[in-house]
Ligand binder design. Structure first.
Ligand code: SF4
Length: 516
């Protein structure tokens, strides 16, 4: 394997995480977890505790023996059987909490090591897995939650999502990458897969080849958020659907073999792409996999940030998808169980999780829509949410996250509720809150982003936030810009009210918040 040839003889250049990975592959810890489940939390070695990430499991805060787990839901496509198993796990072990993440995954909390084998097996029984949902490996494949029923997609990407998942999941050729690695594929013309913030992304494109229009993809590499965000760069390549897996393997191989492994905070693919540029990267890719067609016609015409609330027509005649708002992505096990019942009773047994932390019920016939809208669970998980609550995203924050500086989820929920009561605006404002400089809540792409920090006051250190405005993806993609000053967590509304009033007054016809 190239990685061994290039790096294993240069150990003095590797950081300590890299040395630990050379000593034992992250995937090896999965077997060990079955033993640790018998010997208990205190028997877990520090290095193995770090490797738990490859099983999709992290210690939660405070480090007292409880874990959080992320479960991969490729492209957000979730059957009702799977949803019931997830609800059962949350109910039996996870203190009733089910979180939807900004990568369409499901996250549990409060798990104990003794319970992990049973959880792995329950997930496997319905074709789900938490493995490699975290760690330095290819994470869950994100994509269009409406794949297969979307009137705005050029092709159904479901089989490609499956092929990519099958290629990378538990594949030891790629289980030791320099850092986490995120893939997105979507054929939706509104960039449902958030292409620009992924390490590797495929977006819809067409090209006339031998007189025939072929539907395929353009390829983007080197996007990513965190403390130093980069937008992905498009390669001069057109990829047919049958070439997607080959291209993904080629790009991942380059990352594995040439990605930086000296400094942990300089190891994402984005740094290699920034140094090489798109042209050199494409040249290396062609060395790996052979020639590719040059770029065709880009078919992305805008950006939908992952919002599908309301009742909408599907591609299939007479069928509808119903997008529901899940406030800051959190629901109870009973609510998920109930959504599974509704998806079976009114739909075709399918739910879709969104990168906006919301959920969709699919394939509801025209005649059944009204009855579905009367169901009790839709009072809270409503298809018709108020503006600010509908577009509020939050990371986990200090409630469970060891890296967090401040509380986020409940604060974001309350702030959005307050603005719904006090501000009238005829357009959505997307607000994202994160509890530290990392980017689990994708603060950088929000209209208004809040990043947790602390302020020293006379009565001690208090939760505060840096505020950023004007983030967007799509044609005008840009990360949001920091405003001067830092605001106490309980004073955010006092800054937002005049800011939003000013926007409302000064906004030109057709102007959006990111241009403000
Ligand atoms: Fe934790 Fe920071 Fe990620 Fe929020 S953004 S979940 S605080 S690491």
């Amino acid at each position: 394997m190239g990685y061994t040839a290039i790096w294993a003889n240069n150990k003095e250049k590797l950081n300590k995480n890299e040395l630990a990975k050379l000593e034992k592959d992250g995937l090896d810890v999965i077997e060990d977890i079955y033993d640790y489940a018998k010997t208990g939390f205190d028997s877990i070695t520090p290095d193995d505790m770090d490797r738990f990430k490859w099983a999709g499991v992290y210690q939660q805060r405070p480090k007292d023996g409880h874990f959080m787990m992320r479960v991969r839901i490729p492209s957000g496509n979730l059957s009702t059987d799977q949803a019931r198993v997830l609800a059962g796990i949350a109910n039996d072990y996870g203190r009733d909490l089910v979180d939807i993440t900004t990568r369409q995954a499901i996250q549990f909390h409060w798990l104990r090591v003794e319970q992990l084998p049973d959880i792995f097996e329950r997930l496997a029984s319905v074709g789900l897995s938490s493995f490699e949902a975290c760690g330095d490996c290819p994470r869950t494949i994100v994509g269009n939650p409406l794949a297969g029923l979307d009137r705005d997609e050029l092709m159904d990407t479901t089989p490609l999502v499956q092929a990519l998942s099958d290629t990378f999941l538990m594949n030891r050729d790629f289980s030791n990458l320099p850092r986490k690695y995120k893939i997105s594929i979507s054929s939706n013309i509104y960039n449902a897969g958030h292409a620009e913030i992924n390490d590797l992304a495929f977006t819809p494109a067409t090209k006339v080849i031998n007189g025939e229009e072929v539907i395929g993809f353009h390829v983007w590499v080197g996007g990513g958020l965190s403390a130093r965000p980069f937008l992905a760069q498009q390669l001069d390549a057109f990829v047919r659907p049958e070439e997607v897996v080959k291209v993904a393997i080629g790009v991942t191989t380059i990352f594995r073999d040439y990605g930086y492994r000296q400094k942990r905070n300089h190891a994402r693919l984005k740094f290699l792409v920034a140094d090489w540029g798109a042209e050199k990267f494409l040249g290396k890719l062609k060395e790996q996999i052979g020639e590719l067609e040059t770029r065709g016609q880009d078919r992305t015409i805008g950006w939908n940030a992952g919002y599908f609330t309301g009742v909408h027509k599907q591609r299939q005649e007479g069928l509808n998808y119903i997008g529901l708002s899940v406030p800051v992505g959190r629901m109870s096990a009973q609510e998920l169980e109930e959504l599974a019942r509704l998806a079976d009773e009114y739909g075709n047994g399918s739910l879709r999780t969104c990168n906006s932390q919301n959920i969709v019920i699919t394939s509801v016939s025209d005649e059944k829509v009204e009855a579905l809208l009367q169901e009790n669970v839709l009072k809270r998980l409503t298809p018709f949410p108020q503006h600010f609550s509908a577009f509020a995203v939050s990371c986990t924050g200090i409630e469970f996250c060891n890296l967090a500086i401040v509380e986020t989820k409940e604060r974001m929920r309350q702030l959005a509720g307050y603005l719904d009561e006090h501000v009238e605006l005829d357009e959505p404002i997307r607000m994202h809150m994160v509890g530290c400089p990392n980017a689990c809540g994708q603060r950088q792409i929000a209209d208004i982003g809040f990043q947790g920090a602390l302020i020293k006051t006379e009565t001690g250190m208090k939760d505060a936030f840096d505020i950023y405005i004007g983030g967007t993806l799509g044609e005008n993609a840009q990360f949001n810009q920091k405003l001067k000053g830092r605001v106490l967590g309980d004073q955010l509304h006092r800054v937002l009210l005049p800011l939003l009033a000013y926007y409302k007054e000064e906004k030109q016809t057709g102007e959006s918040f990111f241009q403000f």
